[in-house]
Design a protein around this ligand. Structure first.
Ligand code: HEM
Length: 425
């Protein structure tokens, strides 16, 4: 069986603009989960693809990394014209970035192992005091606003950036550059994040993606060379000096690692932090609960990440004919894994649209699943926990001072603005 998704629903799921409006995108996902959890989207200008919206199917596909590859095609959904542009500049492949998400077994495990140990919970927890100092600085900065600010622009964007760049070894004066490049990298479809010289180009998404990767490469080539000459104990030194099959890590793979961490390492966490506060303002009973019992903060963190789901999709490619949920998937067909939908699946989450910090268990898949599951998940949760521990005692109350705005993206994104009014404790 090969059910075809109604055109209007397929277009909503694929279009970056839909993700600026939670009501629109979550209505489409709900329809799909109920009526066509695994269906084909045939939208002109895009490859035909399966849209995967149920929690169980996402896990089944992601678990099986030999049958469902990341890298036979672009692991990120682009239109055909953009993929054609990418192939043109790479000499025939859509692997523009040699990061973990563009790798399959056995190459993937070889590269993931280089840093897997560094990201283990036991290792990460040793960074707690260092991260807490950064959290306190950020909270002090927020409190310097006179009861009103944009929680994203004035607060949530900066702390995760500081944390990852500090651990990574990027000097503070270069953080604005890293933030700008990340916003361009993930915001290729958003008119406010597009480079002016490219905005009118039909393949602006692919061109801007390539241009920001190039700028990252120029930056990281220099830093990487410095860390090879004089290694320190930062994460960048670890990668720069690592060896693959007895030889130094190749330049593209080292840069791919840096770019993945320098982008995924803060944008996602900023959005989830903003989502956590937004969730508590909309479902305000949570505010009273966590103020009364700070022991609920880890639950707040997980629920913030589930409810926000800052990574909207990754693509997989079937390597052989197979079946999922009774559907015949053919070799080389593409599948779009929709994490926000899996995280609102009624079969797994009671009252799934509701923000509830006491949800337990909370088996969300915002970090993905299987061998590619987020490398930075423990760091993300640690830094968010510390931030809320430092922030909440200083706030007596908080309320919305305007509508939130979300980034136009079907890939990675979330809050662009969250105006708030607050009273200090
Ligand atoms: C991969 C989500 C924070 C680094 C991923 C994936 C998701 C994700 C959905 C793909 C998983 C899959 O294909 O199954 C998130 C969320 C975060 C977050 C929701 C914050 C709330 C971070 C941080 C870092 C990071 C803080 C680094 C410091 C990575 C890397 C990968 C990855 C390197 C590629 C892993 C691989 O392909 O093996 N993340 N992430 N992420 N994430 Fe995160």
């Amino acid at each position: 069986m090969r059910p075809i998704i109604p055109d209007d629903i397929a277009r909503i799921v694929i279009a970056p603009k839909s993700y600026t409006d939670d009501a629109t995108i979550y209505r489409a996902f709900k329809w799909l989960r109920e009526h066509m959890p695994l269906g084909m989207a045939q939208v002109p200008g895009y490859d035909p693809l399966w849209i995967v919206t149920r929690h169980a199917d996402i896990r089944e596909i992601e678990r099986n990394a030999k049958l469902f590859h990341n890298a036979d095609h672009n692991p990120v959904l682009n239109d055909q014209a953009s993929d054609a542009f990418t192939r043109e500049i790479t000499g025939g492949t859509t692997r523009l970035l040699s990061s973990l998400t563009y790798m399959d077994p056995p190459e993937h495990a070889t590269y993931r192992m280089l840093t897997a140990n560094w990201f283990l919970p036991g290792k990460i927890s040793k960074l707690e005091e260092q991260i807490r100092v950064l959290a306190r600085q950020s909270v002090d900065n927020l409190l310097s606003f006179d009861g009103e600010c944009d929680f994203v622009r004035d607060f949530a964007l900066h702390y995760p950036l500081r944390v990852i760049m500090t651990l990574f070894g990027v000097p503070p004066e270069d953080e604005p550059k890293m933030l700008k490049l990340t916003q361009e990298f993930f915001g290729v479809h958003d008119p406010e994040e597009q480079r002016p010289e490219m905005a009118a180009d039909p393949v602006v998404a692919a061109k801007q993606w390539a241009a920001s990767i190039e700028d990252f490469y120029v930056y990281f080539d220099k830093l990487s060379a410095r860390r090879r000459e004089q290694p320190t104990d930062d994460l960048l030194s670890l990668i720069a000096n690592s060896r693959i099959n007895g030889a130094p890590i190749p330049r593209d793979e080292a840069n791919g690692y840096y770019v993945a961490i320098a982008t995924a390492g803060h944008d996602t966490t900023s959005s989830s932090t903003a989502g956590g506060l937004h969730g508590m303002m909309v479902y305000s009973e949570n505010w009273a609960k966590v103020k009364a019992d700070p022991g609920l903060i880890p639950g707040l963190v997980d629920e913030a990440i589930r409810w926000t789901s800052p990574v909207k999709h990754f693509m997989r490619n079937a390597t052989a004919d197979t079946q999922v949920r009774g559907m015949n998937i053919r070799a080389m067909e593409r599948l779009m894994i929709c994490y926000p939908s899996g995280n609102r699946d009624e079969a797994v989450f009671t009252d799934a649209d509701r923000f509830d910090i006491t949800r337990s268990p909370n088996p969300h898949i915002a970090f993905g699943f299987g061998p590619h599951m987020c490398l930075g998940q423990h760091l993300a949760k640690l830094e968010m926990r510390i931030l809320f521990e430092e922030l909440l005692p200083h706030l007596q109350s908080v309320e919305m001072a305007g509508d939130p705005r979300l980034v136009e993206t079907n890939f990675v994104g979330g809050y662009k603005a969250l105006p708030i009014r607050f009273k200090k404790a």
